[in-house]
Design a protein around this ligand. Structure first.
Ligand SMILES: Cc1ncc(CN)c(N)n1
Length: 502
């Protein structure tokens, strides 16, 4: 499904806390795609606007038309419109293109309280823009200014919840379908009364009015100094929720909750991405990421470059050691097959059950190769099976079986991963390495061949596909615990080689 598009018509703020820069973060955090028409450029220094620059009216018109002509724009979010000419251009464009929803946050007053729009611009907003508006969202001071200019301000002092509601109703009379009046400038008591002391201030109430119903959205008052840009985030969050299919009351309530969480999670700034997962790898590159992590790299290196492996490659490994290893590996594979069977039991996906069954058959073939191989070294199946399990073998397989019982299906796949990936990588490296003694010159050549053969390669590829497919569905914290399982199982692999070397 392609991302839903929102056209943002607003100024650019170099500090990133308001304007297009903030809107785009909010929209991206909702999984939507922002297209833009820039109405003004502002260069911000610490606490101050240093320079402003105005694009031509023709530029703004071209940007708006270009975005609509690109297709898919259902929602327009309007912020600072800079001049009366631009307000008029925007109104004309809305009439021409007729988007489904128009969310207007008419930035009439700056973050520091400075008046930003001329009387003429405000006039066009209330006479022409607001009747085209789905949701009008604004602060108390902006509401008072707008109503004053519209000649519809009946009570300039807003002190109580009742005043706030009357203000929302007055704004509704200017033409929007819904008014969301932000009550941030009027903290109330827990009972929604007027506070007598600062310590009584407990609740902020936003009022949503649709001409019939008044809905109150309450949030805890967290003090007068909020991060800059709080007011701006609401409208783009509402626009995002609307384009994602919410009705206006739910879209506004969710937007309030989104901003509330952004304030509480961000330290002095709004955390726009408080509910967004960012995985530390790109889809299909989990294994590459995993094997290159700083905590995995040395552990993985110890496994795949183990001395036992080197001596298989140059053929110097004493035969008795190899035989001992092979017999233990046979016992290991029996337990591993049990864990694979449990793995199939742990999933409801028929695809994954079948893949698990396939892997058990691969293990069975690997075991029969072991027996053939053992026979060549004069070791019968009976002799192999009656060997006592070495502690390294018990430790590794029972760790995997414990994960199978106590952790998720995917955690178990992570416990399998070092076994599956490691031998494929080791054998391929030995096969390619010019230092490796090949063919008849190396009595372990067949072992290398078995693990580069198509059958084993197919098992590795199927396992890799499962890891890649499911890793992308995990949360970042789950990835961390899964990596720990992988590291532990990799250490067990190294322990197995150590055992072979004893
Ligand atoms: C200990 C161990 N690890 C991995 C593999 C390869 N399946 C194996 N046979 N044995």
């Amino acid at each position: 499904m392609s991302q839903k598009r929102i056209l943002v018509i607003a100024d650019s703020d170099s500090s990133g806390v308001s304007g297009l820069e903030a809107d785009q973060k909010v929209i991206a955090a909702h999984g939507c795609y922002a297209v833009t028409a820039t109405t003004a450029l502002t260069a911000h220094g610490p606490g101050d606007v240093l320079e402003t620059c105005s694009p031509s009216v023709a530029f703004v018109k071209a940007a708006i038309d270009g975005c609509f002509d690109g297709g898919g724009v259902e929602v327009v979010k309007i912020g600072f419109l800079a001049s009366a000419e631009i307000v008029q251009i925007v109104v004309d464009a809305l009439r021409r293109h007729g988007p489904r929803f128009v969310v207007v946050d008419p930035v009439v007053v700056s973050m520091s309280g400075t008046r930003l729009l001329s009387d003429e611009a405000v006039h066009i907003i209330h006479t022409q823009l607001l009747p085209l508006t789905t949701v009008l969202t604004l602060s108390i001071s902006e509401a008072v200014l707008l109503l004053d200019k519209a000649g519809a301000l009946h009570q300039p002092d807003v002190r109580s919840l009742d005043d706030l509601t009357q203000l929302a109703k007055a704004l509704y009379s200017l033409g929007p379908d819904f008014v969301l009046l932000k009550g941030g400038q009027l903290p109330l008591t827990g009972n929604l009364d007027v506070p007598k002391h600062d310590s009584d201030k407990q609740v902020i109430v936003d009022v949503l009015y649709d001409g019939t119903d008044v809905s109150l959205i309450k949030t805890a008052y967290v003090g007068a100094s909020l991060p800059l840009g709080v007011e701006y985030a609401f409208a783009s969050a509402i626009a995002s929720n609307l384009v994602l299919g919410d009705a206006v009351p739910l879209a506004t309530r969710k937007a309030c909750r989104y901003v509330e969480a952004g304030i509480s999670k961000g330290k002095g700034l709004i955390d726009y991405f408080h509910s967004t997962y960012t995985l530390p790898f790109s889809p299909r590159y989990f294994i590459e990421y995993l094997l290159n992590r700083e905590d995995v790299k040395p552990v993985w290196h110890a496994h795949v470059h183990h001395d036992f492996v080197k001596r298989i490659g140059d053929g110097t490994l004493p035969v008795e050691k190899f035989k001992g290893y092979l017999a233990q590996d046979y016992l290991f594979l029996v337990q591993f097959a049990r864990a694979k069977a449990l793995s199939a039991y742990k999933t409801n996906s028929m695809e994954d059950i079948a893949a698990g069954a396939e892997e058990i058959l691969h293990i069975q073939r690997e075991m029969s190769l072991h027996l053939d191989y053992c026979a060549e070294f004069g070791l019968s199946k009976k002799e192999v099976e009656k060997q006592e399990e070495h502690q390294a073998c018990t430790a590794y397989t029972r760790y995997v079986l414990d994960i199978a019982h106590s952790e998720s299906w995917f955690a178990l796949q992570m416990a399998f991963a070092p076994c599956l990936l490691g031998y494929g990588i080791i054998a391929r490296r030995l096969w390619d390495d010019p230092e490796t003694v090949k063919e008849q010159g190396n009595r372990y050549w067949k072992w290398i061949q078995n693990y580069v053969a198509d059958d084993y390669r197919a098992a590795v590829e199927a396992g890799e596909a499962i890891l890649e497919q499911h890793a992308s569905l995990q949360s970042p914290s789950q990835i961390e615990s899964l990596v720990k399982i992988f590291i532990h199982a990799t250490k067990m692999e190294t322990g197995f080689w150590d055992m072979g070397n004893e």
